[in-house]
Ligand binder design. Sequence first.
Ligand code: NDP
Length: 241
Amino acid sequence: MAQIRNRTILITGASSGIGEATARELAPGGANLFLGARRTDRLSALAEELGERAGWCALDVTDAASFDAFVDAAEERFGRIDALVNNAGVMPLSPLVSIKRDEWKRMIDVNIHGVLNGIASVLPRFTAQHDGHVINVASIAAHLVVPTAAVYCGTKHAVRAITEGLRLEHDEIRATLISPGVVATELGHDISDPALAADLIEWRRKSLTPDAIARAVRFALEQPAGVDINEVIVRPTAAGM
Ligand code: NDP
């Protein structure tokens, strides 16, 4: 894991699931980790467990000022930023006919604006240092559309397009899209439709554990500067989705 030693990697949504697993996966390789999310009790416990190379800061990815402060705090702590893992996301599924405008807005705010806020906070630094890596955690929902997930899929299709645009516009900055299939995490805990919440339990019967996605993130990070892993899809062997 020589390629990540002493590199500073920021992870959003590090308070649970894939973000937390990514921090655990990267820590033994000697990376400096800076963790962000809203549940700071979880961040501080994780950082304490990972040791002195892990820092944390409260982060609401929907708030551009909060993201700027998060990136500033990471730079102050470690002196430089090498990579951002835009992982935070929400998935309150519902059929369009339910007209859950608040949930649509929350998905768009977190899943799209959250990613854009992250890019905006690191891009000036990455262009100035002629180096940097943005890893966006999308979903298989970036590649297909299913009923009840129209808005969620829309947000993840947008993340895929934004990642490709970032890649095309910058020769010195790596852009990676990681698209997980079904993973056993807290995602979807906020589904307000009881029938869909029950369906989620059924889908999760064949699921990956979050460390499977964390290993894909590490694989992308470990490549030499001239090699950009553009896109990775990771699904459970035993499931269609
Ligand atoms: P979790 O619910 O376990 O983690 C989501 C993370 O996002 C939490 O740490 C949460 O932290 C954070 N988050 C949510 N809203 C905000 C916000 N406004 N500001 C900052 N952080 C926020 O789910 P996963 O680990 O599964 O999700 C991680 C990513 O993986 C998401 O982008 C998701 O769409 C994607 N994904 C997951 C799949 C799965 O099956 N689990 C499949 C495909 C993609 P906090 O609440 O503390 O702020």
